[in-house]
Design a binder for this molecule. Sequence first.
Ligand SMILES: *[C@@H]1O[C@H](CO)[C@@H](O)[C@H](O)[C@H]1NC(C)=O
Ligand SMILES: *[C@@H]1O[C@H](CO)[C@@H](O)[C@H](O)[C@H]1NC(C)=O
Ligand SMILES: *[C@@H]1O[C@H](CO)[C@@H](O)[C@H](O)[C@H]1NC(C)=O
Ligand SMILES: *[C@@H]1O[C@H](CO)[C@@H](O)[C@H](O)[C@H]1NC(C)=O
Ligand SMILES: *[C@@H]1O[C@H](CO)[C@@H](O)[C@H](O)[C@H]1NC(C)=O
Ligand SMILES: *[C@@H]1O[C@H](CO)[C@@H](O)[C@H](O)[C@H]1NC(C)=O
Length: 828
Amino acid sequence: METKTKTTHTLSLPFSLLHLSLLLHLSIAFTPLDNHLISCGSIANTPVDNRVFVGDLTKPNSVSLSSGQSISLTNPNPSSNSIPLYQKARVFTRASSYEFEIKKIGTHMVRLHFSPFISQSYDLNTANFSVSANGFSILSHFGISSTVLKEFILMINVVKFELLFVPTNQSGFAFVNAIEVFSVPDDLIFEYEAKLIGPNGDEVFDNMSKQILETVHRINVGGSKLTPFNDTLWRTWIPDEDFLLLKSAAKIASTTHTPNYENGGASRVSAPDNVYMTAQQMNRDNLTTNAEFNLTWDYPVDLESARYFVRLHFCDIVSQSLNLLYFNVFINGFIAYKDLDLSSLTSHTLASPRFIDFVVDLDNSGVVRISVGPSDLSSLLRKNAILNGVEIMKMVNFMGSEDRSKKISNWVLVGSIVGGFAFLCVVAFTVLLILRRVRQKQKLKKTESMGWTPLQAHRGSSLSRLSEGTALVSPGSIPFAEIQLATNNFDKNLIIGSGGFGIVYKGVLRDNTKVAVKRGVPGSRQGLHEFQSEITVLSKIRHHHLVSLVGFCEEQSEMILVYEYVEKGPLKKHLYGSGLPPLSWKQRLEICIGAARGLHYLHTGLAQGIIHRDIKSTNILLDENYVAKVADFGLSRPGPCLNETHVSTGVKGSFGYLDPEYFRRQQLTDKSDIYSFGVVLFEVLCARPAVDPLLASELVNLAEWALEWQKKGLLDQIIDPYLVGKIKPTSLRKFGETAEKCLAEYGADRPTMGDVLWNLEYALQLQGNGRQRGAHEESGVNAQELPAARVVPRALSSDGGIERDDGDGVSDISGSQVFSQLITNEGR
Ligand SMILES: *[C@@H]1O[C@H](CO)[C@@H](O)[C@H](O)[C@H]1NC(C)=O
Ligand SMILES: *[C@@H]1O[C@H](CO)[C@@H](O)[C@H](O)[C@H]1NC(C)=O
Ligand SMILES: *[C@@H]1O[C@H](CO)[C@@H](O)[C@H](O)[C@H]1NC(C)=O
Ligand SMILES: *[C@@H]1O[C@H](CO)[C@@H](O)[C@H](O)[C@H]1NC(C)=O
Ligand SMILES: *[C@@H]1O[C@H](CO)[C@@H](O)[C@H](O)[C@H]1NC(C)=O
Ligand SMILES: *[C@@H]1O[C@H](CO)[C@@H](O)[C@H](O)[C@H]1NC(C)=O
């Protein structure tokens, strides 16, 4: 067997070389972090276009086949034109699964290739089986008699992805020829983008990351077939003619210029160039009058799901100049987008690609009918309407199944990552055993658990994309009288904070909503700018971990912002200086994770990305359940505008949190936020302010001081005394490394917020493994214990020797010196 494998490898080498140039070429465009391409039942690697599918018999790293029972099969009678990938198959005679290691939290594409053939013992045409993905059914009682590619887009946020094949007793076996599981860029699917179309009317569908989408149609309107070779994400696009109702009404438009990607919000990830370079438009050739008509396509869909995700791609390649083309878009007879003006949607650039998402409630017709037709706004001579591309996806689980296997997923996470840490191997092994048992039980019960917990609103996008035409729940103007009433005429007793911008009051609106009312200092020009900036930013976004704007008031030269009231106030208060009960390590991690989610969304969710610019522990608020919400967007800037604004606005932010690189070069990037967040991480760990001018000079700046200890590997010597002995060394190490990376001297060396989020989650998993104390238990710690902990940190280590990360050889004296500094200056 060994020799055979080697021979095959040697033989396939020339092929690999042949494909190398192609690989190099395309890998520049997009290389998925997770990229599992499996040729099932094969010992050889199989090149397909510019990619190589790895034979599952070679036992590829990071993919495993669960026990179950399976057979690898070769087509005994391949036809001359048959694709090599489809000449092999894996047949499952019992429930069996593939498990894929996942490195990137986020949206993934999963493709299953089925191409039935007949062997001596199996006629694959008669297979009847179900497939589930991390416990959620994606194919049920499935079987085919021709080659079929099933494609799913789904969010994975656990480190193991399982595809389970279960034969139904109808046939007794399942099969698959090839599998692709790869990560796609986060901006492929947006959380909050899609407008709901149907009798339920005009709302935005905001749970997209909870959806499993199954591709049903992918159409290059007005263009030719595009193969995986032509597409960044290896998708196939087919022409639209077969779906066009009245072919003579349509006329193909095309251009030879590549699309202008800068301003549209779409990218080559959304669709390949050719989709945007071709379109159908209204055919006016034979018209003598200004007759108005629609171009209409019917796309058949099955009624198994009542909801479909529809993405329409547009690129104005027909207009001679801007703002000439206005048209209406209809889906199933409902107006989906009225007076669509691509010029204004694409920042006034022609030939700039754009896509718009919809979620469609089906009627009983069994089709998704898409029409485009002229708008009343366009002048008589220029009435036209276009469409460049269509994607229709079935929402496999549109009921939005809630995650019930979170706990298990966490175990998996721990179990699979800690392999490197010898001392945890035993734990991991035990966990896996438990897990397997739990899972088997689960399978038996056929619970509909989702293994990927949706990263609650972890991504999102610019609502402004939908422009004025769409109704959105956006913060509105609140009358001044209403605000006076809510705050008891700005009662001093209701003041909950103050800052550069003005004073913050607690208020209660008439409907009993608690709000925080921020009243700007009237007349300040600077303030006005920040006021408007905050309204602009906040009305575009909605996120669980970002404080939301309820409304604003501009009457009587007032500048008032009304926010949701966040019960427990700034994180800083809960860390030091206020006498509030200390937070447990888990709580702190969860708070950091929440804040990181909010910031990740700010950085990546919106079309342009937003830089917060003033991240600090006072701008991270905690709600009644200690859920973190990032606040204060007064200094926020959309990413790309900085070159125009940084000179005039100068360096802003708060001391102790300021990115040194930003300070030096006055150039703002989202990496400046990462730096500030790194400072917050150390603040959370050490429970001391970012700058404390009263301390000895080497201690004044938290970032510098903590980094030194982290680099020496002695971070555990400077942590919040309350936490001594309560943090698992592995969790602390991960956390320390993450904070350290955030504080890298150069922005380019700092991680993205997505990486930070992932690492913090990892740190939480490392902590969560094993004995835990509840927050209550921890906050009930006897105050008398604290001094002891400060002097001899190790003495209190309750976790015992096995989990201590020994060998650092630090004397307790240095620790106590450090802590005594903290004691004198903090007075917690
Ligand atoms: C699979 O078997 C079930 C009955 O067990 C049947 O309802 C279903 O139609 C079959 N699927 C195919 C594709 O034959
Ligand atoms: C399939 O098996 C189940 C039990 O495993 C049995 O109840 C059912 O009748 C079987 N169906 C067929 C079509 O054999
Ligand atoms: C989104 O999910 C929440 C709960 O998770 C639910 O209350 C809400 O109705 C969902 N929204 C839509 C549009 O389905
Ligand atoms: C798509 O790729 C094929 C090669 O597989 C190439 O011949 C063709 O020109 C490409 N089409 C487009 C539109 O880029
Ligand atoms: C338009 O005119 C052309 C030639 O003049 C003819 O071939 C075509 O069928 C006409 N189309 C329609 C929709 O009448
Ligand atoms: C286009 O289609 C929509 C939806 O079916 C319909 O309401 C509208 O009247 C049509 N427009 C024209 C000009 O036929």
